[in-house]
Design a protein. Structure first.
Length: 248
């Protein structure tokens, strides 16, 4: 089974987002066949702002470490860390991963289309998940969202992503030619509900990273936390053992 094969409309797989080797290794040991990176987690952990295109090198470093794990890996590239489609394509081709996530930031959709086409020329086997920020950045328009997603699919995107969208009727109307990815929300639709709407992939985004920070914040504030941390030996063991290819 390939990474693309995991995308089954109506039977979505849960894609957890890691931010470093340890978080990825824990997820791999729990049996997840694929993991993603979270741009917020990767950037903030390195002392950099998210969404500003400044975490290119740190993203490459984290990806190179996570590639050691026996899982499929897809990497969040914000807007590709460049406005030059060929530069984005060269970066993607050099990552050696199964998938990437590219967002439009509400820019002219033609720019993301050119990036998608360049990436698919340079790395045709890489699963390109094209994200529109219409609902994430406060411009929720079904007409604009569909126009952008249709353009990205026409450009060669393998999947489409609409973070921030939780309205069932709108989600159902966007399920179409390419697998639809929806962001998991703690107070939003459940995995089962998203499956019934025809969603193919559900991402945790920055949720796990923020939950980890929440545990630290509660401890620093002197609040009791019922979660039992892993032992030193358990954490140390995350880098030990054989590294196998996905599916082996």
């Amino acid at each position: 089974m390939s990474f693309a094969d995991l995308h089954r409309p109506g039977d979505p797989f849960l894609l957890p987002n890691a931010w470093d080797f340890a978080s990825g290794a824990i997820l791999a040991r729990q049996g997840f066949r694929a993991i993603a990176t979270t741009s917020l987690g990767v950037a903030i952990a390195a002392g950099l702002p998210d969404g500003q295109g400044v975490a290119r090198e740190e993203t490459a470093r984290v990806a190179s470490r996570l590639r050691r794990l026996p899982v499929y890996l897809t990497v969040d590239l914000e807007q590709g860390f460049s406005d030059d489609p060929e530069s984005v394509a060269e970066f993607v081709a050099g990552l050696g991963v199964e998938g990437v996530n590219l967002e439009d930031g509400l820019d002219d959709p033609d720019l993301l289309c050119r990036k998608i086409r360049a990436v698919k020329r340079a790395a045709p086997a890489v699963f390109v998940n094209a994200r529109t920020d219409t609902y994430w950045l406060g411009r929720p328009s079904l007409v604009d969202t569909r126009r952008r997603l249709d353009a990205y699919v026409e450009a060669g995107a393998d999947g489409v992503f609409v973070p921030g969208l939780q309205d069932p009727a709108t989600i159902e109307s966007l399920v179409g030619e390419r697998p639809l990815n929806i962001l998991l929300a703690r107070d939003g639709l459940s995995l089962r509900q998203l499956a019934e709407l025809g969603v193919a992939r559900v991402s945790t985004g920055s949720l796990l990273f923020r939950m980890a920070l929440g545990t630290l914040q509660r401890w620093a504030a002197g609040e009791a936390d019922a979660a039992e941390p892993p032992s030193y030996a358990e954490v140390d063991a995350l880098t030990r053992g054989a590294i196998e290819a996905p599916g082996e």
